[in-house]
Ligand binder design. Structure first.
Ligand SMILES: C[S@@+](CC[C@H](N)C(=O)[O-])C[C@H]1O[C@@H](n2cnc3c(N)ncnc32)[C@H](O)[C@@H]1O
Length: 259
């Protein structure tokens, strides 16, 4: 216990790292004595953690809603605020719906939708090869069709047939300061042009192509950078995360009156 309290990192992180070093559940670390090599492994990880290296990259896993995903250097670590976006999407899905995730990263969003959803036909696309490999592993056995490629040209065969498009794209303005810990994550997952809207603009264009009339788009964005002005969409709403900050926008694909 002294080892954990005196680690110099938050207590819950020390417990997580000791459990990882001992290859056991967090609850067990207070009941068992670590072997010398496990203690050495833990102390070494604490040292690395103190440099700002992300906890999830050390343990190799992240928890997102009801699911666990494998993560590591080269892939974005799923964030709690994104859980709210997924919760909103789940409330708008029906059995058999077609769902596309753009910018899939580790696949956390698609995995949560597969685990908690009503049984949908799911697709996901990721441009980065390292992230794509994580998504493939994390989504194995779910039936989600994961593809490597730029979202701009993805799923042309689904045009006009999708019920819901979901995305947590990169949205930090290029050159903006980010906390030291975040600098360990891939730039392509973080930054998106001078105002942080470059990837969001592509998401909107792709969603306009993919969605059936009345279909739904939901995407995450930076605080103060939401909304969507595009003639293909109506019912645009910007909604709050758990902290009450406006962090995701939803919109509906317009139904053509004279198709
Ligand atoms: C903020 S991360 C989100 C990852 C994951 N959806 C999540 O919430 O944990 C954005 C992801 O978009 C990917 N990405 C960036 N530009 C893309 C593009 N043009 N097409 C497909 N994926 C892209 C990045 O590689 C990164 O994995």
């Amino acid at each position: 216990m002294d080892e954990l309290r005196g680690a110099g990192i938050p207590f819950h992180e020390a417990v997580t790292l000791l459990a990882w070093a001992m290859d056991c559940d967090a609850g067990e670390v207070l009941l068992r004595e670590p072997a010398p090599e496990q203690l050495a492994r833990y102390r070494s990880a604490v040292g690395v953690r103190k440099t700002g290296f992300p906890l999830q990259y050390l343990t190799g896993e992240a928890f997102f809603r009801t699911v666990r995903v494998e993560v590591g250097p080269g892939v974005f670590i799923p964030r709690p605020e994104t859980e709210v976006l997924v919760g909103w999407a789940l409330r708008h899905l029906a059995p058999g719906d077609t769902v596309v995730e753009l910018c899939a990263g580790s696949g956390a969003i698609s995995l949560a939708l597969a685990a908690e959803g009503p049984g949908c036909r799911q697709y996901a696309v990721e441009v980065d090869e390292v992230a794509y490999e994580y998504a493939v592993r994390n989504l194995a056995g779910t039936g989600v069709d994961v593809r490597l490629g730029d979202m701009a040209g993805a799923f042309l065969e689904l045009d006009g047939s999708v019920d819901l498009v979901i995305a947590n794209p990169p949205y930090i303005p290029a050159g903006a300061e980010v906390p030291p810990e975040v600098r360990h994550e891939p730039e392509r997952a973080l930054f998106a042009g001078p105002d942080g809207r470059d990837a969001i603009a592509v998401v909107a264009t792709v969603a306009a192509r993919l969605l059936k009339p009345g279909g739904i788009l939901v995407f995450e964005h930076a605080e103060g950078n939401g909304g969507l002005e595009a003639p293909e969409f109506c019912d645009v709403q910007t909604l709050a995360d758990l902290a009450g900050r406006p962090r995701f926008t939803t919109a509906r694909s317009v139904v053509a009156i004279n198709p």
